[in-house]
Ligand binder design. Structure first.
Ligand code: ZN
Length: 315
């Protein structure tokens, strides 16, 4: 049992700008257009690879007037996407051309990594992965297929202490410790190319975070099905004294949530049923999908949400 990351959810800025950046600049597929189930007046936008498979998904709650967040201890520092090794030059050139704030590529754990930010200051990075060109991406967006993102590599967490969170990663989610570089220790989920890395950067005495635009709201880990999720919930309680919420039906997966010992909000999301449950796989994300309880309010909800432009072909 080692399942890796299912998705990462971020607090975004204006929806139109968010959609433009992720589909046109990063070339991701909008795989689901829906609303925040706890606040149906705002979008919940899911971006991923062609199929929206677990491990490729970055999602946003876009708020039109959000104040920018400030990084602090007890939150996610960075979210990292995999790209083919040969694509790194394309991406650094693209970041310059599109005016994307970025750093020169650097080596981390022997891999070439380029950090960048979205228009809301979300801390992102690309990692060059040998052989990733053979994995599925998405060719219908703003980026040619050979350079397209190949899902998430993972996240880095900025924490006061490493051990209590590491214990949850290894005991409940099946990660193993895979090395230390400076103040960062790497944990990997073996056998999972996508979403298989969590780095913990332990820094005592750092500022507390101020959540806002660009802040990661939560990280979801994968469970194959309800039974595996229930087994994880039991381990959390028995071995770590951590209680989760009751299971919530998110239509595309079923979820429980808990705050891990380092204060980051974790979710456990089932792989089933997936994004093709309410629209055909070739039409993912093209129309607004609402959970049954909000269907009667559709007209009012649609009036409130800013229209998103259709995806553009590669440029
Ligand atoms: Zn989630």
């Amino acid at each position: 049992m080692s399942n890796g990351i299912h998705h990462v959810t971020v607090i975004g800025g204006p929806a139109v700008r968010n959609h433009d950046f992720y589909t046109r600049v990063l070339g991701m597929r909008l795989v689901k257009t829906t609303v925040n189930f706890d606040d149906p007046g705002t979008y919940h936008l899911y971006y991923g690879d062609e199929a929206g498979r677990p491990g490729s998904i970055l999602t946003f709650f876009p708020w039109e007037h959000v104040a920018p967040g400030r990084l602090g201890v007890g939150e996610t520092q960075e979210t990292v996407f995999r790209v083919p090794e040969a694509a790194m030059g394309f991406w650094t050139h693209r970041f310059i051309e599109k005016g994307v704030e970025h750093q020169a590529p650097e080596k981390r754990f022997g891999e070439s990594v380029c950090s960048f930010k979205d228009p809301d200051g979300t801390r992102l990075a690309l990692v060059a992965v040998r052989g990733a060109e053979a994995e599925p991406g998405w060719s219908g967006g703003g980026v040619p297929a050979e350079h397209a993102l190949r899902g998430l590599q993972g996240v880095s967490l900025l924490l006061e202490q490493r051990e209590p969170t590491a214990a949850v990663l290894t005991d409940v989610f099946g990660f193993r410790e895979a090395g230390t570089e400076g103040s960062t220790t790497r944990y990997v989920a073996d056998g999972h190319a996508v979403g298989g890395v969590v780095d913990i950067r332990a820094v005592g005495g750092f500022l507390k975070p101020r959540p806002g635009g660009g802040s990661v709201h939560h990280i979801a880990f994968r469970a194959k099905d309800d039974a595996e999720q229930a087994a994880m919930v039991k381990r959390l309680k028995e071995n770590h004294g951590l209680e989760t919420t009751e299971q919530k039906d998110r239509n595309y997966f079923r979820s429980v949530y808990f705050r891990e010992p380092g204060h980051v909000l974790f979710e456990i999301a089932t792989d089933e049923p997936g994004f093709a449950v309410d629209e055909p796989a070739d039409a993912l994300g093209t129309s607004l999908k609402l959970p049954a309880q909000y269907e009667p309010m559709r007209e009012r909800i649609e009036r409130q949400l800013p229209p998103l432009a259709p995806a553009q072909p590669a440029d």
